[in-house]
Design a protein around this ligand. Structure first.
Ligand code: SF4
Length: 223
């Protein structure tokens, strides 16, 4: 029998899916491009990442060998649009070194390990935190792990399903305990949360067109 949490999470998912339609993430052509995008999107809008990825492709740099060879200054200049470009260039280099040295630059090698071990080793790479590691696991590796971001915390707090101070791990385990472990579901759910957060559930929420008509924050104004 489904618990209250399960029912509510699935109901919310269905409403969002009906409203926004399938999102079919991640917007990347290869596993490497997904990993690069996951690092570049830290603290910035996806539109800024798109420009950086397009620059990398123009210079034939969306390829492991080229990313290994390219000088860090040149890399930083290509990804400038994604913000914090010097830091992100270092992070990309750290990921590429890790991937080349530990997995011989082969995604089959990376994802053949147990998901918890892959996550642990990704988290050991400088500049890769839980959200980036989980995005890589879910979207590049097809591992059923729930990605949590600022939107997730804001929206589900307003829906009174989590507390304001909930940590990344607490929010992730709330979703994973209450949803079936399905990659497609986690993939779409996270993408739909991003849509809701971008369009309606902003810091100053736009509640009237929001599809979540039973959200308690509409009445209690707990923003
Ligand atoms: S009703 Fe308002 S507060 Fe609730 S999820 Fe929608 S936009 Fe956010």
């Amino acid at each position: 029998m489904k618990s209250q949490g399960q029912k509510r999470l699935l109901k919310i998912y269905n409403r969002l899916f009906k409203h926004f339609g399938p999102q079919s993430w991640w917007p990347g052509e290869t596993q490497l491009e997904i990993c690069v995008g996951a690092i570049l999107t830290q603290n910035t809008a996806w539109s800024n990442v798109e420009k950086a990825i397009s620059n990398l492709k123009k210079e034939n740099c969306m390829e492991l060998g080229r990313l290994k060879e390219i000088k860090i200054k040149k890399l930083a200049s290509l990804i400038k649009s994604s913000g914090y470009f010097n830091v992100k260039a270092e992070r990309l280099k750290s990921f590429i070194d890790y991937f080349a040295n530990h997995h011989r630059g082969n995604f089959k090698n990376l994802f053949k390990e147990k998901p918890e071990d892959v996550r642990h080793s990704l988290l050991s790479v400088k500049g890769i935190g839980p959200e980036t590691a989980d995005s890589i696991l879910l979207y590049a590796g097809g591992v059923p792990i729930f990605v949590v971001d600022t939107y997730t915390k804001r929206i589900f707090y307003r829906l009174s399903l989590i507390v304001k101070t909930a940590t990344y791990d607490e929010v992730q385990s709330f979703f994973m305990k209450n949803l079936p472990r399905k990659t497609n579901l986690y993939n779409e759910y996270h993408a739909l949360i991003v849509m809701l957060g971008k369009h309606y559930c902003k810091p100053n929420p736009v509640c009237s067109p929001c599809p979540l008509k039973k959200c308690p924050a509409r009445k209690n104004k707990k923003f």
